[in-house]
Design a protein around this ligand. Structure first.
Ligand SMILES: C[S@@+](CC[C@H](N)C(=O)[O-])C[C@H]1O[C@@H](n2cnc3c(N)ncnc32)[C@H](O)[C@@H]1O
Length: 273
């Protein structure tokens, strides 16, 4: 059995969760509880806080956030069904504080300033590279609240495309992977947050590989990529920012206009003649 591969001394809280429970909630390419525990080291999570878990997949990170830090969690995802997540949340006995929501990160059904914090585990890359996205999302966090993202990324940017040893595994969608420095710049230039932290997990590639051995041992292309790369390009990245006080505009969803008739041509001819 590969149970031991789902544990590491680096993340003691995550290591207390049953390997079968972890396997039955796999929804991505990373151990979501390792990622959440690593991110939470930088967050001021207090019991009762309202937290958006954005792109939570099948919801293991949401259950973990409530159990370990006592926060209320809006467990929000697009691709994975809400009923299976609700069952997992009920089974974990946390249905009074973890709320499953099906929503697109680009069209979130929450009130402005509602959350104390937003976390996004191995998901933000799918929508958050858009220059306008951070201010859209930050509206939902109270001034002074935190935003934290974590997941697979790059140790250094690939300005000239993937290096030779990663080409067998690379596909266009991996263009969304970025380095900690890239996220720091991307967020800093938005002007709506102060970036508090952006870094790379030491030896993260080893944990990425360990996760693959544990849950996807037949995923030979990714395993080979990680083994050949040895952490030169691939790793885990996290970034945390705090919302500034400034009021943020709502996104434009419609602009009311009224049609006024004018002659089409300067010579006064009727355009329909
Ligand atoms: C790699 S999975 C990670 C899931 C989970 N957080 C984990 O770590 O196991 C990426 C997640 O991002 C979510 N996602 C991608 N695009 C999204 C969007 N536009 N709105 C909400 N969630 C999105 C998917 O539904 C998916 O569950």
């Amino acid at each position: 059995m590969s149970d031991h591969l789902l544990r590491t001394d680096r993340f003691p809280r995550a290591s207390a969760y049953h390997p079968d429970w972890l396997r039955s909630s796999v929804s991505g390419g990373a151990h979501s509880l390792w990622m959440t525990e690593w991110l939470a080291e930088l967050l001021d999570l207090q019991p009762g806080m309202r937290v958006l878990d954005l792109g939570c997949g099948r919801g293991a990170s949401s259950v973990f956030l409530h159990r370990e830090y006592g926060v209320q969690v809006w467990s929000t995802d697009l691709w994975f069904g809400v009923d299976e997540r609700a069952a997992r949340i009920r089974d974990a006995g946390v249905e009074d504080a973890v709320f499953p929501i099906h929503a697109d990160a680009r069209s979130l059904p929450f009130a402005r300033d509602f959350f104390d914090a937003v976390v996004s585990v191995d998901a933000y890359v799918y929508f958050g590279t858009d220059d306008l996205y951070l201010s859209y999302l930050t509206r939902l966090v109270r001034p002074g609240g935190q935003l934290g993202i974590v997941g697979a990324g790059l140790v250094q940017e690939l300005d000239a495309g993937p290096p030779e040893h990663l080409r067998h595994w690379w596909e266009p969608s991996l263009a969304c992977l970025h380095s900690a420095d890239w996220w720091r710049r991307h967020w800093a230039r938005s002007g709506v947050v102060d970036v508090e932290h952006a870094d790379t997990l030491q030896d993260g590639w080893r944990l990425w590989l360990q996760w693959q051995y544990a849950v996807a041992p037949s995923n030979e292309p990714e395993i080979r990529a990680l083994e050949m790369d040895q952490g030169r390009y691939l790793g885990y990245v996290r970034a945390v920012a705090r919302r500034r006080e400034a009021t943020l505009d709502d996104p434009i969803t419609s602009i009311p206009v009224e049609y006024i008739t004018h002659p089409l041509l300067t010579d006064g001819a009727d355009a329909r003649a």
